[in-house]
Design a protein around this ligand. Sequence first.
Ligand code: HEC
Ligand code: HEC
Length: 349
Amino acid sequence: MKLNRIIRRKTPVIMLTLSLLLAAAAMNFSWVNNAPEYTGDTYVYKVLDDMGNPRPAGYMENITEEMVQRGYDMIYHGYTEHKPGGGKSKYISLYYVCTNCHNTVVEDPVLTDMDPTGRLAYAKEKNLPFLQGTTFYGAVNRETWYNGDYYKKYGDLVKPATHDIRGAIQLCAQECSKGRKLADWEVESILAYYYSVSYKLSDILSDGEIADLNRRAASSSEHAALISWIKSKYALLSPATFVEPPYERDSQATPKGDPENGKAIYQLGCQSCHKAYGCSDAVFDNSKFTFNKFDKDFDKDYWWLYKIIRHGQYGYPGHEPYMPHYTAERMTDQQIEDLKAYFEQEAAS
Ligand code: HEC
Ligand code: HEC
């Protein structure tokens, strides 16, 4: 009797408690359902941000299609016809566009390994330029820029560039491109474009791994481990080692060049700039005359090819275009031998 009365009296309280519990469970349930479900198209930087990875200096929150389009215009054409408020912007450089020296797609078959041998094989397969600058694809996923020996070339100018990609963009617009200082909106547009060509999950993980990521992402205790796992899937920086021609090399130890590879380097590397209307005035065609000249140059200076590739060529007052050099990470000595072998083969044919 007594118990019955208690239950009757407390019914409203019990009901209320029960419904609160149910509501809480439902909320919890819907939270699980709303947890981001990552797909192959999800940008890696967003996943890292969701998991509490510290935001890099170059993090961008509001990226609009308009900005991305302006960035694209400037990178490919050197200016945009749609600057904020309307009208055409000034050329960044009179001599170059960014894509003379940088690809905008994946260029390394193994993203953790920026190795020129793998890169050339991949460039041959995909018909990609084989260039001195690192691809813009994944540039915002890197954590430092102008690494390694670049301070030797640019001195203190690399300081604002190594830890902030905006600084790297400015440095390259002014120094590498022999151009001008960019306005803030120009830097932001180029950066917005970079975000559009940053890694997506499908670039770095298999479908199974993405499913695994989704399972584990639900518990925040997994986040730190997931962040390091994700970051182990691509190179966090593009290393740069300046090298000299191997003057001291024993001639017996000179590796034999592979002319087939040399041809690819010539076409995908040298000729991407040394062509009619390219960024160099020196046009290298496929004529016997040109190959004979290259071949004779070896008689004058055995190291000429190494020197131009390892040192590049400086511009001078009245002639700004210069040739950027290839670091060890952008071309191997073996590849230079391959190119030499191709020149010799064509001259002899
Ligand atoms: C004449 C060649 C050339 C041109 C033109 C050029 N760059 Fe570069 N850029 C380089 C070289 C060489 C590096 C050295 C570091 C690397 O990429 O490996 C570099 C580095 C960079 C880096 C840092 C990459 C890294 O991971 O270290 C950024 C960002 C960059 N350039 C942006 C630009 C932008 C934006 C433009 C156009 C406005 C541009 N570059 C035009 C040659 C060039
Ligand atoms: C990013 C563009 C670019 C690439 C790639 C490039 N060069 Fe150059 N190169 C130049 C520029 C610019 C000059 C400066 C000469 C000029 O245009 O007036 C130059 C100069 C030279 C010169 C001196 C020419 C002269 O008349 O003084 C040689 C030789 C040369 N390059 C060879 C090569 C070879 C070999 C390769 C391929 C391994 C190559 N270049 C790749 C841009 C490039």
